[in-house]
Design a protein around this ligand. Structure first.
Ligand code: UDP
Ligand code: MG
Length: 332
């Protein structure tokens, strides 16, 4: 495979897990949009171990569209699929976008304008999602409130993975060696000059979201434990408080016994305090376990993803899409 001599200006990375129908619609539209901006571009679809015809869809599209396929060896999750896409992207700017048409293509032009104005990261902030139920919406709100209270960097709610990253940002992200990747936090952590663009979240075109409650909960735990050590430290405070109360109570009992003599009842107090302390201890061991598990994950040093194959589009197809400005009616 001949290496590309010039890197494209824009790379668009699309993580896809069971998106055969959505990709057939998205890729042609996306390619047209990018072409109409007059910049050279590439599209990279990362197949995250799909079990449907996602790979075949992309292979079919490669006959007519400049789209590269990175096929992961199994499902590694969206965060890792994005990481794989970023590793492959050569563009001066990289745009991340979902495959399900929930991210409006109309914003691409605006993103690129802001990038040219000097913003190193441009991200979409969606209004409240209409496709989530009441409970999930409220839990999500609670999560972000909790996260903003404890996290070491501010992580805005509603700012997702629909963003443009300058090459500098991509390199910075790729240099973070951590495994438990909570991308929303990492974008904030790396910093850079950023600009938010509000947008409406469209409905998913085909298929269903794979982020069920269990997956979101795991992601939330990863988010909190990756960006805060407060859950670990809080137990020092809780322990100190409980010990102080226990000492005061002990003094009170000694005093009362000295004044009023021996008093037998008190088993209820005893049971409650044993249960309470037992609960607190198990809880704190659980929190410790969460962090130990993360350390274990990091120490094992396994890669975040494994690429099974990478398939470039045909060179003739690429040639067809080059020199984008002077084609059709747009050249007038
Ligand atoms: N995705 C992925 N790997 C996964 C789950 C999802 O690459 O394990 C992709 C999916 O194909 C889509 C994007 O991540 O392009 C967002 O997924 P989804 O629409 O399920 O999530 P939601 O929109 O509910 O956040
Ligand atoms: Mg979606």
């Amino acid at each position: 495979m001949a290496p590309r001599h010039v890197s494209p200006q824009v790379s668009c990375v699309v993580p896809a897990y069971n998106e055969e129908r959505n990709l057939l619609l998205l890729i042609p539209r996306l390619a047209d949009r990018l072409k109409s901006t007059g910049r050279s571009f590439e599209i990279i679809v990362v197949d995250d171990g799909s079990t449907d015809g996602t790979v075949e869809s992309v292979r079919g599209l490669q006959d007519s569209h400049p789209v590269t396929l990175v096929r992961l060896s199994r499902n590694f999750g969206k965060e890792n699929a994005i990481t794989a896409g970023l590793a492959r992207a050569h563009g001066e700017a990289v745009i991340l976008m979902d495959a399900d048409l929930q991210h409006p293509l109309d914003l691409l032009e605006r993103y690129l304008e802001l990038w040219e104005e000097g913003f190193e990261m441009v991200y979409g902030v969606r209004h409240e999602r209409a496709d989530q139920g009441w409970l999930l919406r409220h839990l999500s709100r609670l999560f972000y409130r909790l996260l903003s209270a404890v996290a070491s960097v501010p992580i805005p709610r509603g700012a997702g993975d629909f963003r443009l990253l300058d090459r500098k940002v991509v390199d910075a992200l790729q240099n973070l060696p951590e495994r438990g990747r909570f991308m929303k936090g990492l974008y904030s952590w790396v910093g850079f000059k950023s600009h938010a663009v509000p947008f409406e979240h469209d409905n998913r075109h085909a298929g269903v979201s794979t982020f069920n409650f269990r997956r979101l909960f795991r992601l939330a735990v990863t988010g909190i434990t990756a960006f805060s050590d407060l859950p670990l430290r809080i137990w020092t405070g809780v322990g100190a408080l409980i010990s102080t109360v226990a000492i005061l109570y002990a003094l009170f009992i000694v005093g009362r016994t000295l004044v009023f003599g021996v008093d037998l009842p008190g088993w209820a107090t005893l049971t409650v305090s044993i249960l309470f302390l037992g609960g607190v201890q198990i809880l704190s061991v659980g929190v410790l376990g969460e962090y130990v598990a993360r350390i274990f994950e990091e120490v094992k040093g396994r890669p975040n993803y494994i690429v099974a194959e990478e398939i470039e589009p045909h060179t003739e197809v690429l040639a067809d899409w080059e020199n984008p400005a002077a084609t059709g009616s747009e050249a007038l």
